[in-house]
Structure formats: structure tokens, C-alpha cells
Design a binder for this molecule. Structure first.
Ligand code: CTP
Ligand code: MN
Ligand code: MN
Ligand code: MN
Length: 446
């Protein structure tokens, strides 16, 4: 019998798209610290550093056990000196001093609060921060002109920063199905994003819409949006039309990370009886009860900035990390209560902060919803591209480009050696084209 102590030395492929990453994470202490540093780098618009920390966190997420000593990490890829120091700090002291001081820094806290506003990305938040705007109340006092997305983002700040549950996502699915089928029977709706990967909560709900007959999906989005609007389901929406054919993204250069599908970034109004504890068999029609309670949060004058100003691209939201409402003080605690009034059945009441935080006073909540329409010929690529995780997607594209001389986008896969597009009607076929073992959505949580 040997008295040598067995050390489990971990190993893993360096591309996240070759690993199976479920939601079971045995190293949350490590991955949360590395994610904070990634988030901080992203907020500072240091993409390279952000990706490096994301990769380091992701490799730890797929391990079958908790890391207990540095020597177990010998065989792992993606762990640079900096990440190793962070891990060592946690293994020795129970926490990363760098992650802790980042979390507590004035800049990080402020940028988190400001980018928590829908329509505000790292660039705008940084500019405001440098002007001395560190809180929502300071933003209001500044008299800055906000675009419509940002106005909606501020108005529904609390709801939007409250995680969306799977039950709420299912209720939204029903509404979206009803809307799509009302305007195009036979169209198909697929839940994508984090919920397709099996997550139990999300920062929004993502859908991909197609029709089995190519071309039938054209012009669908404006009709869906009109239907939703007429039924009172939309608090905000911005529709972008399909620009794939007119784009200059030739085969050689699918350059922009952004896809060109017809899409709608929206904020839904979900009535509460649809999102919590709905009784079986008593589902009511999708038409919301005409609301007699009107909430007016006086966060600036909504007419003030119409059509103007800051056109920060919403792609900024791509770089945002998963919202973690517990990780920073609630921004409404920084709004002077007198700035918030609630008009209930015509009576002005001041809104106390606790009520504002739980949104318990109104019979509905705001939910961010992304709708994307794809022609059926591109559906598999769109599905793969919109299922995520973001790091998994990035790694798939890196694998395609660096290892296979192919260009992968949410529209197509181009083989640079054969100078042709490779068709696929399922995700399995795309993985096969890429020479990768198929990884199901629930194992793409890198
Ligand atoms: N995506 C994209 N283009 C955008 C926005 C998102 O291709 N402009 C893709 C992302 O790469 C991701 C998927 O859409 O694969 C879902 O993005 P998002 O909703 O931001 O993230 P989730 O993984 O769904 O996480 P969460 O639960 O926080 O919503
Ligand atoms: Mn999502
Ligand atoms: Mn989304
Ligand atoms: Mn919050």
C-alpha cells in the first residue's frame, strides 16, 4: 500500500466549445471572483482583459470537483498569472482581496448602477461617472438628455434589474406565441438564450421566430409588434429591420459580431397573475386586465428628450454580465423618496423605498424581451448563435476561424478553403461541419 497522497490533477480542452459546462458549478467562490474582475475590465472597455478572466472562470466552471490546491491546476488551460494569483488568494485566505476591493470601489459600484439602466453601455456610464454622476438621482439632477431606451430603462429600473423567473418566461412565451400566430399562422417560436440552456432565471427572455416556408417570415416583426401594442403588452420596443442582404459582410468578413436579423428589443408588461403562482386550469386570456392603477415614477420629464441625443448602441448589452442584484446596494436607496410619486387611482402617494424595491404595489412587472426573426434557411445558425452562452459563442467562432479556416456567424458558416457556404438545418450539423462533438444547450453554460 502506497502512502502517497493522491492529488486529482484536472485537465480540460482549451476551447470552451469542446467542454461540457452544466449549471452545476463546484467552484463558485473562484468563478465569482474572476467574473467580478472580468466585469470590471469590461466596464473599463478592456475587452482583452475581460475575455481572459471570462475564459479563466469558464475553465473552472466545468471541473467535476472543487479545487483545493494550486497543484491540481497544473494541467488546465486559460489560467494566466493574474487569474492564478486570484485563485491562490482565495484558496489561502478564503477570498480574493482584489475582487473584494473592486466590488467596493466607488467606480465599479457606480458603473454597475448606471449600466443597470437599459440602453446605457460602458461608454456612456464612464462619461457620466467622469462628470461626477455616480447614482440615478445624480443622473436625474444632471439634466442629461436621455434617449427613449434610456428613459424606459430608468422608468422600469427596478423591474428590469429583478431576475426573470422561468415561470415568467413561460408566461411571456404564451403571449409571444399568441401574437405571432395571430399574424402568421404556422410560424414557429423557440425560446433561446439562458432559458434554453436550462437556467432558472435570466436578465431577459429571448425568442427566435421563423416559418417553415422560406420568405413567409419577411416583414413579420412589425406585425407582431403592432399586435402586442394593440393588446397593451409593450412598455417599450425598438425594431430593427433585416439588413443581411445589403450588408457588406462578405464571406471573408462576417466582421461585425452583431447579426443582421430583423429584431425587436422590448420591455413587456407582464400582469402579476401571469407570473406568480398561477393556478392550474384557471389561466386567463392573454389580454391584460385594463389597468386602473397607473404608476408614474417621476424620473425626469419623458417628453424632454424625444428622438434626440445619445444613440449608444444596444449591442453594449452584449458585453454586460449576468445581473447580480445582490452584489451592490440597491440604487433606489440613493434616490430621494420625494423624487418618486405614485399615482394610484388618481391619488398622489409618496412611494416608500421598500415598496419601490419589491414593486409590490402594482399588479404587473416590466420584463426585457428580445425577439429575433430568421429565415428558415438560416434558422440553425440563428438558434446556435442566440442560445449562448456569450463565451461559448465566442469560442465557437474562434475555433471555426483559427482551427478550421471557417467563418461562423448567426446567419451562416463559410468554408474559406472550399470557398463555399456549408448548409445546415440543425445545430448538430453545424457542430459536425466544425469537426466538434455535439454539445447540447444545457452543457453550453461556459
Ligand atoms: N446575442 C447576440 N446579439 C446581440 C445580443 C445577444 O447574438 N445583440 C446573443 C448572445 O451571444 C447570447 C444570446 O444572444 O448567445 C442571449 O443573450 P443574452 O440574453 O444577453 O444572454 P443570456 O445568455 O440569455 O443570459 P441572461 O439569462 O442573463 O439573459
Ligand atoms: Mn437572455
Ligand atoms: Mn437577450
Ligand atoms: Mn439592482
Amino acid at each position: 500500500q502506497s502512502n502517497k497522497v493522491e492529488v486529482v490533477v484536472f485537465s480540460a480542452p482549451s476551447y470552451a466549445c469542446k467542454r461540457r459546462t452544466t449549471l452545476k458549478n463546484h467552484n463558485t467562490l473562484l468563478t465569482e471572483a474572476l467574473s467580478i474582475l472580468a466585469e470590471s475590465a469590461e466596464l473599463n472597455e478592456d475587452e482583452g482583459r475581460g475575455v481572459a478572466f471570462r475564459r479563466a472562470a469558464a475553465v473552472l466552471k466545468c471541473l467535476p470537483k472543487a479545487v483545493s490546491s494550486m497543484e491540481q491546476l497544473r494541467g488546465l488551460p486559460c489560467l494566466g498569472d493574474h487569474s492564478m494569483r486570484v485563485i491562490k488568494d482565495i484558496l489561502e485566505n478564503g477570498a480574493s482581496s482584489e475582487a473584494e476591493s473592486t466590488k467596493q470601489s466607488e467606480r465599479f459600484k457606480a458603473l454597475k448602477v448606471l449600466t443597470g439602466i437599459f440602453g446605457v453601455g460602458a461608454k456612456t456610464a464612464d462619461r457620466w461617472f467622469r462628470e461626477g454622476i455616480h447614482s440615478l438621482s445624480q443622473l436625474q439632477e444632471s439634466g442629461h438628455t436621455l434617449n427613449q431606451a434610456q428613459q424606459a430603462g430608468l422608468q422600469f429600473y427596478d423591474d428590469i434589474n429583478l431576475p426573470v423567473s422561468k415561470t415568467e418566461a413561460d408566461a411571456i412565451s404564451e403571449i409571444v406565441e399568441k401574437a405571432v400566430h395571430a399574424v402568421l399562422p404556422g410560424a414557429e417560436i423557440t425560446l433561446t438564450g439562458g432559458f434554453r440552456r436550462g437556467k432558472l432565471t435570466g436578465h431577459d427572455v429571448d425568442f427566435l421566430i421563423t416559418h417553415p416556408e422560406e420568405g413567409k417570415e419577411e416583414g413579420l416583426m412589425p406585425k407582431v409588434v403592432s399586435w402586442l401594442e394593440s393588446q397593451g403588452f409593450l412598455l417599450y420596443q425598438k425594431t430593427t429591420r433585416n439588413s443581411y442582404l445589403e450588408s457588406k459582410d462578405g464571406p471573408g468578413r462576417p466582421a461585425s459580431n452583431m447579426d443582421r436579423f430583423e429584431r425587436c428589443l422590448s420591455i413587456f408588461k407582464l400582469t402579476k397573475d401571469r407570473c406568480v403562482g398561477q393556478k392550474q386550469g384557471t389561466k386567463q386570456s392573454a389580454t391584460p386586465i385594463e389597468s386602473h392603477v397607473k404608476t408614474v415614477c417621476s424620473l425626469g420629464d419623458p417628453t424632454q428628450a424625444k428622438g434626440e441625443g445619445n444613440s449608444e448602441s444596444l449591442t453594449g448589452s452584449c458585453q454586460k454580465t449576468e445581473p447580480n442584484p445582490q452584489s451592490h446596494p440597491h440604487p433606489l436607496s440613493q434616490i430621494h423618496p420625494s423624487n418618486l410619486t405614485l399615482n394610484v387611482l388618481g391619488q398622489e402617494k409618496s412611494l416608500d423605498v421598500d415598496q419601490a424595491q419589491t414593486s409590490g404595489h402594482k399588479p404587473w412587472r416590466a420584463v426585457r424581451v428580445d425577439l429575433v426573426v430568421s429565415p428558415v434557411s438560416q434558422f440553425a445558425f440563428a438558434l446556435l448563435g442566440w442560445t449562448g452562452s456569450k463565451l461559448f459563442e465566442r469560442e465557437l467562432r474562434r475555433w471555426a476561424g483559427h482551427e478550421k479556416a471557417m467563418s461562423l456567424s448567426s446567419h451562416a458558416l463559410y468554408d474559406n478553403k472550399q470557398s463555399r457556404y456549408l448548409r445546415a438545418s440543425s445545430e448538430e450539423e453545424i457542430f459536425a461541419h466544425l469537426g466538434l462533438e455535439y454539445i447540447p444547450p444545457t452543457e453550453r453554460n461556459a
